[in-house]
Design a protein around this ligand. Structure first.
Ligand code: SAH
Length: 220
């Protein structure tokens, strides 16, 4: 498919995001700047600008763009923010975050996905992203605390290491519930107190790890 056709489709997607309540112009601009088709496998690149999850292999999906945008709008990510993302997946959301934030730290448990994401980010010369292969339910303590934390997979409960790694004034979004359906929970740390509020219904792939669902892989 031609770049021009992808550009037209991306503009249409931005329009659908606006219809779905995304009003933050910085967020819309960041989505417009990042070609989602460069992050999903070639076989599904014709579906890159559908407002839907797209399969990326290993039983995982690239998240629905309007939901990713809602995350960024709710978290009010600004140019000085240090952001932690759990579940790099395709790296598309990582790249959008890198446009909005100062630095992005992203953790992915499947090493093949992490290296594909790294390649796509490098090809786009995105230089403010660090990726770690490992269990994101324990966070990434080395660079903590974070102004914003985005969890892109469904947890049975809010993983407490992530709350610990939130900065004062920090915000986190995490889908919490069963394997089938979750509520997106917005957590805030203000004046040392932690509050949480449910914002919408959602469905994500499971967060597998020590403070997530049990990882059934041998050696996992
Ligand atoms: N935002 C990504 C979403 C990918 S789906 C995108 O748009 O492409 C969620 C990802 O979370 C999957 O890649 C999955 O492997 C990863 N994941 C699940 N449990 C994890 C854990 N404990 N630590 C890190 N990544 C995890």
């Amino acid at each position: 498919m031609s770049t021009e056709r992808f550009n037209t489709q991306r503009r249409a997607l931005i329009g659908r995001m606006q219809e779905k309540g995304i009003r933050n112009l910085e967020v819309l601009r960041a989505f417009d700047q990042i070609p989602r088709h460069a992050f999903v496998p070639h076989a599904v690149s014709h579906r890159a600008y559908e407002d839907a999850p797209v399969p990326i292999g290993f039983g995982q999906t690239a998240s629905q763009p309007s939901l990713q945008a809602m995350y960024m709008q709710l978290l009010e990510i600004g140019p000085r923010d240090k952001v932690l993302e759990i579940g790099t997946g395709s790296g598309h959301q990582t790249a959008v975050l890198a446009q909005l934030a100062d630095r992005v730290y992203s953790v992915e448990r499947i090493s093949e996905l992490a290296s594909r994401a790294r390649e796509a980010l490098d090809a786009m010369r995105v230089s403010n992203v660090a990726i770690l292969v490992g269990d994101g339910t324990i966070g990434w303590s080395r660079y903590a605390p974070y102004d914003a934390i985005l969890v892109a997979a469904a947890a049975p409960d809010i993983p407490h290491p992530l709350v610990d790694q939130l900065a004062e004034g920090g915000r986190m979004l995490v889908p919490v519930g069963s394997l089938q359906a979750q509520r997106l929970v917005l957590v805030r740390k203000q004046g040392g107190a932690v509050t949480s509020e449910e914002v919408l219904d959602c469905t994500f792939v499971p967060l597998l790890g020590r403070f997530g669902w049990a990882d059934e892989r041998p050696g996992g």
